[in-house]
Ligand binder design. Sequence first.
Ligand code: ATP
Length: 270
Amino acid sequence: MSTQDPILRTEQLSKRFGNIHAVQDVDFSVREGEVMALVGDNGAGKSTLIKMLCGVHKPSNGDIYIRGEKVSFGDYNDARQYGIETVYQDLALAPSQSVAANVFLGHEPTRGGTIGRWLRLVDEDRMVAESKENLDRVKIPVDPEAIVSNLSGGQQQAVAIARALQSDPDILIMDEPTSALSIEGARNVLRVIDDLRNQGLTIILISHNIRHVLGIADRVSVLAQGKLMGVRDTDDVTRNEVIALMMGAEDESEFEEFELSQSSDEGTTA
Ligand SMILES: Nc1ncnc2c1ncn2[C@@H]1O[C@H](COP(=O)(O)OP(=O)(O)OP(=O)(O)O)[C@@H](O)[C@H]1O
């Protein structure tokens, strides 16, 4: 595989819910080691697309390829076996438990051999030490023994990312990781994304915040009404062009019209 071949690609991927075409004939493609942003207005199909990529929804039509191999995900664990992990917007943490317990949620190390596993004698020391390794990778200072509900939003996001790293994924899907955070928290999470890319991870970033997307992503894919409207290098695209694509514009003249209407709007409010 050359560095430009996609690590993940979809071909004509579609999902229907009754009469609703949530995702329609989407050819989405992600290169190894890049941050690919996925943007679109409410209801554009972003969540449905990523849910097909992480095994939650079965496609109505079309195919998913990982490193060129056609795959069929029956469930979330199948996707995980192909190296795909997801950090959902709601983080799905256990707030009353420790950071370490959350990093290991569902697969805590036990002690005492067979009896330990049977009695589920969780090896707290090992859990704290091993969770620290992944928390260090995320580089937001968090005490492994702290209780999650006492942490800031940015720290909780770090815990959810550390947990996702537990299965050593190649591709990390992040659903709106900065949406509920303070400016400082969002800045920290964007720095984590940059660090993880530098460590070789491929990241699919769903976000409504176009400024964040243009600041961190290598490329951006834009969905509107279930269809892929365009894919752009973030170095070569303006915020207005992305917004115009989100609104369903299909060619450059429509971007120009949009830019003009934007600047006249700005003129009236100034
Ligand atoms: N389980 C479902 N059953 C029926 N319709 C659904 C289901 N999930 C999504 N939809 C519909 O599919 C379309 C795409 O929804 P989706 O949640 O994928 O969009 P989105 O881009 O993630 O939006 P948002 O940013 O608001 O989360 C919408 O019309 C939505 O109502």
